[in-house]
Unconditional design. Structure first.
Length: 95
């Protein structure tokens, strides 16, 4: 039951588990997994930081909805130079 009015952002309850939207700030390894564990809401399927929820599902239920990064590509006008371009990938959630 999703009773919020924020266009899908935030939380929605599914059975006794919640789907949440998280936004990493630094890109450091395990950042989201550690923060969720520390506040008492580990990510389902997390074998390292799961605290018991790792047995609920055989895989980690952590999925990127959008990835943004800068990449270097050959400059089409001068093949001896590289230019920085932004790469954006949007992904649908599998659940």
């Amino acid at each position: 039951n999703n009773n919020n009015n924020n266009n899908g952002k935030g939380c929605s309850n599914v059975a006794k588990y919640s789907r949440v939207e998280l936004e990493p700030k630094t890109g450091r390894g395990h950042q989201l997994r550690l923060h969720m564990e520390c506040i008492g809401h580990p990510i389902l399927g997390d074998q390292l930081h799961g605290s018991g929820v790792e047995s609920v599902t055989p895989r980690l239920c952590l999925h990127a909805q959008r990835l943004e990064m800068h990449v270097l590509v050959l400059d089409p006008e001068n093949n001896n130079n590289y230019v920085k371009k932004q790469l954006v990938v949007n992904c649908l959630s599998p659940y």
